[in-house]
Design a protein around this ligand. Sequence first.
Ligand code: CDP
Length: 227
Amino acid sequence: MAARRLIITIDGPAGSGKSTTARMVAERLGYTYLDTGAMYRAVTLSVLEAGIDPFDGEAIRRLLPSIEISIRYEPHGQQTFLGPRNVSADIRSVEVSRHVSRIAALPDVRRFLVRQQQSIAREGGFVVDGRDAGTVIFPNAEIKFFLTATAEERARRRFKELQNTDPNVSYEETLRDLLQRDEFDSVRDASPLIRPPDAIELDNSGLTIDEQVAIVVRTVRERYPNP
Ligand code: CDP
């Protein structure tokens, strides 16, 4: 019988290259990529579209049972749905990015999504990225990574990405939003962003995406020759 396929987690702050790395590592290994941030973004989009004040935790809690998130895998990657609607593009807006960390700090929201994330990836064969993938969602994952880079480097990357969708955003604004999100994600009580003690830390400030993907894949294969 084939060995159980692995769960690989990749955590780190905004702009650390987690999602690109996780997606490419999954491709190389024939695994599936689970972008947990997309699910927090989908909840945030629902809240904003329902006209609920993102500071009103109680109203958000009441909205949760009606939020139906599903993840589908298509040739061009993970697609995130709210009910029947594909929201993969809408969840990347500046508006959603601005509010997502506050909403992700609510324990009810985390419980709601963590349960779904565990059930999606529990059979293994997944690369899961997020803030709490190696600490809360899959504390027993076979291999955990923690990606870091300087805030300036991360803001530069994010700014470059945003130029396609939001040409009016400045670098300074991008850096400010990112630092604010780092602060919020790190100090919250519920599942703050921390490096799992057993994670392999990779500072990729000076690395290209290909180099960092190669390091992650090599590290996995050193431990599990047939992942
Ligand atoms: O890609 P980027 O780092 O900008 O963010 P993301 O992965 O799309 O996640 C957006 C936000 O969701 C983060 O800033 C966190 O506040 C929250 N999040 C979380 O709390 N836990 C996760 N497992 C994933 C995301």
